[in-house]
Design a protein around this ligand. Sequence first.
Ligand SMILES: O=P(O)(O)OC[C@H]1O[C@H](OP(=O)(O)OP(=O)(O)O)[C@H](O)[C@@H]1O
Ligand SMILES: [Mg+2]
Length: 168
Amino acid sequence: MSDPRQQKAFPVSWDQFHRDARALAWRLAGAGPFEGIVCITRGGLVPAAIVARELGTRLIETVCIASYHDYQTQGDMQVLKPIAERVLAIAGEGGQGLLVIDDLVDSGKTARLVRDMVPKAHFATVYAKPLGRPVIDTFITEVSQDTWIYFPWDMGLSFQPPIRDGVA
Ligand SMILES: O=P(O)(O)OC[C@H]1O[C@H](OP(=O)(O)OP(=O)(O)O)[C@H](O)[C@@H]1O
Ligand SMILES: [Mg+2]
């Protein structure tokens, strides 16, 4: 996200996120079966829990990656924990049979890094932006590249000025 002046906001409530993650599970139900889920923390933990419940998946692994160290600005990719060898051994060659889940794909850098680890896994996110979309196999909603998605776990209730007051 390079130009903050062009940004649009896409706030997501818990209810909407649950519906969208469940819609993702419906779509994934036809793409499996999967040996296990690898969620990209931290954002992937929430949709992974919802999808795992719907698909009856009990084997859940994490790959821990951070890159947005400052708000809305991507920095160096840090792999804090790779996918465990034990889980890779259960999957087929190249991670075949694994389902990798994240909350969203933006530039696609995070998903590409994980693709390098498990090129044959199935990649799914709830939301996708155009730059990252080609890296993902299944997603639910696309938003434009200049949109920032606000997740419910990052928000709280606050006063909203009337629309009239914001009109120039
Ligand atoms: O497609 P990209 O441009 O790489 O961005 C997408 C990634 O950025 C966010 O994670 P973040 O690094 O902020 O860490 P978090 O999940 O712990 O919040 C989001 O959860 C994705 O994992
Ligand atoms: Mg993340």
